[in-house]
Design a binder for this molecule. Structure first.
Ligand code: ZN
Ligand code: ZN
Length: 333
């Protein structure tokens, strides 16, 4: 089978790899049909994340179920499903607490598209070790491209609003540097946040954020004015770090949604004076896949039409490197 493999910074292409097989009763095999490039993939592509080459890319997809083990109950052969990107059993203590990015039954950072034995979601065939926990059937009528984003980037929207809902009457800021910030605006507005400032250096995305419901949009944190009870940093721009903490309200929260590659000095005195809470992480998407699909159905966000482009599956390698917008691939035929 074919796999989209990154062999070094900026070097990727289709490679023949071994087709996986079902190992245990609770597993499934799936074939991704619609998949998307996450902003995080662009860091991987640059070699900014220390993952040893080569490895298969891809961690956002809707797939068709090819085969299921006898213990699988939630999905059937032929179903279209969202594949969540973390390998997560759904039954251990951490998974049951919602921390599906930190499942106790697999090594840390077990996920699709970032190395390890799991391959990527642009592969022809993907093994899903905990099918009932990791696969969510696609509701009728949803565009598989839109739903593919629920594997990771889109489901970070309900994750953030769910755990910060008490701040919805307070001013918040969302920092974007790609599609993630736009998704956060859509979900914050849907969750009833009443004062959303969007910060992004790109004018087109600032306009889109306004259409999604941001109340104002500026190019950099120091232009934002005001003090924010919550700053969602989906930008990971090191040069903004000091201004972020300067814009935080007392006892405010910084959600570092995007991964800052490397080690950065935190403006620790500012953080101390403000009583800042800093929360970092790759996200626990599992509990938020269904609410993301529901949001797509309600029209909260249409990722495939939002600062995005779709290409044929075979055209992925070049588009993956060249396309600045959110990239979707569709396997036709
Ligand atoms: Zn991602
Ligand atoms: Zn688990």
């Amino acid at each position: 089978m074919r796999s989209l493999v990154l062999t070094g910074p900026g070097r990727l292409g289709w490679e023949e790899t071994t087709t996986p097989a079902v190992h245990n009763d609770g597993e499934a095999l799936v074939t991704p049909l619609a998949a998307s490039r996450c902003n995080f993939d662009r860091l991987l592509l640059r070699g900014a994340i220390p993952v040893p080459f080569p490895f298969a890319l891809g961690h956002e997809a809707v797939a068709r179920v090819l085969e299921v083990g006898p213990a699988v109950q939630a999905v059937h052969v032929g179903d279209l499903v969202v594949v969540v990107w973390h390998i997560s059993c759904g039954t251990c203590t951490r998974c049951r607490a919602g921390s599906t990015g930190h499942c106790e039954r697999v090594p840390p950072a077990s996920a699709y598209g970032i190395g390890g034995p799991w391959g990527g979601l642009f592969d022809d065939v993907v093994r899903v070790p905990f099918a009932d926990a990791m696969l969510t059937p696609l509701p009728a009528g949803l565009d598989p491209r839109d739903a593919s984003v629920a594997s990771d980037s889109l489901s970070l929207g309900p994750m953030i609003t769910a755990r910060n809902g008490a701040l919805r009457e307070e001013p918040i800021a969302i920092l974007g540097n790609g599609e993630h910030g736009l998704y956060q605006v859509a979900f914050a507005r849907d969750a009833g946040f009443i004062d959303i400032t969007f910060v992004d250096g790109d004018e087109e995305r600032r306009i889109l954020a306004g259409e999604l419901g941001a109340h104002r949009a500026v190019a950099a944190p120091r232009d934002a004015g005001g003090r924010f009870a919550l700053i969602v940093d989906a930008a990971a721009r090191a040069e903004w770090l000091r201004d972020i903490f300067a814009a935080l309200a007392p006892e405010g929260i910084v959600e570092c949604l995007a991964g800052h590659p490397g080690d950065l000095p935190i403006p620790s005195l500012l953080a101390y004076v403000n009583g800042a809470t800093i929360r970092c992480g790759v996200g626990n998407n599992g509990p938020h896949v269904r609410s993301s699909l529901d949001a797509i159905a309600r029209g909260v966000a249409r990722p495939s039409t939002l600062w995005a482009r779709t290409v044929e599956w075979d055209d992925l390698p070049d588009a993956f490197v060249d396309e600045p917008r959110k990239l979707f691939a569709f396997r036709s035929g």
